[in-house]
Design a binder for this molecule. Structure first.
Ligand SMILES: [Zn+2]
Length: 151
């Protein structure tokens, strides 16, 4: 048992109730009831951006590298791999961008890492940028710029 109260009411200096803190034990029991009422945590279905396949087609049309078109993608973060990203169903990697300069970007559908394939005249350099969840500022216990201290 911790000595954290099951329910802790948080008031600001003007005695206005600003929030309620629940112990981990209580939260575990009521989280499923509370979550749907939190606008910030309601699952937001991000509309999936269409793949810029036209950009890829343009790149392949103007392909002046000394090797054939390459379709293999490997995620350096989680190890997901494909021989041809266009043929996976469902997709293991989604095309995110393709420039005439030879930079082709994918997103790993497993771990969300970005895979950058830089095409140079004689070689391809691949780089994986692991996905970082954006820090949620609401997780900070800061209200109106003032930290709340639990006494
Ligand atoms: Zn991955």
């Amino acid at each position: 048992m911790s000595d954290t109260p099951a329910v802790l009411y948080l008031f600001d200096e003007s005695e206005t109730l600003r929030g309620v803190q629940l112990s981990a034990e209580v939260w575990a029991k009521v989280e499923h009831l509370v979550r749907p009422h939190l606008p910030s945590s309601a699952p937001v279905a991000e509309p999936e951006q269409p793949e810029p396949l036209a950009d890829w087609e343009t790149l392949t049309q103007y392909w002046d590298f000394r090797y054939p078109h390459d379709y293999d993608v490997t995620c350096g973060a989680c190890g997901q791999s494909t021989r041809d990203w266009r043929e996976d169903e469902p997709r293991k990697f989604r095309l995110r961008g393709a420039t005439l300069g030879g930079l082709v970007t994918f997103q790993c559908m497993d771990c969300k890492a970005r895979i950058l394939k830089r095409h140079f005249k004689d070689q391809i350099k691949t780089e994986t940028q692991p996905f970082h969840e954006k820090k949620d500022p609401r997780l900070n216990a800061v209200y109106d710029g003032n930290r709340q201290y639990f006494t």
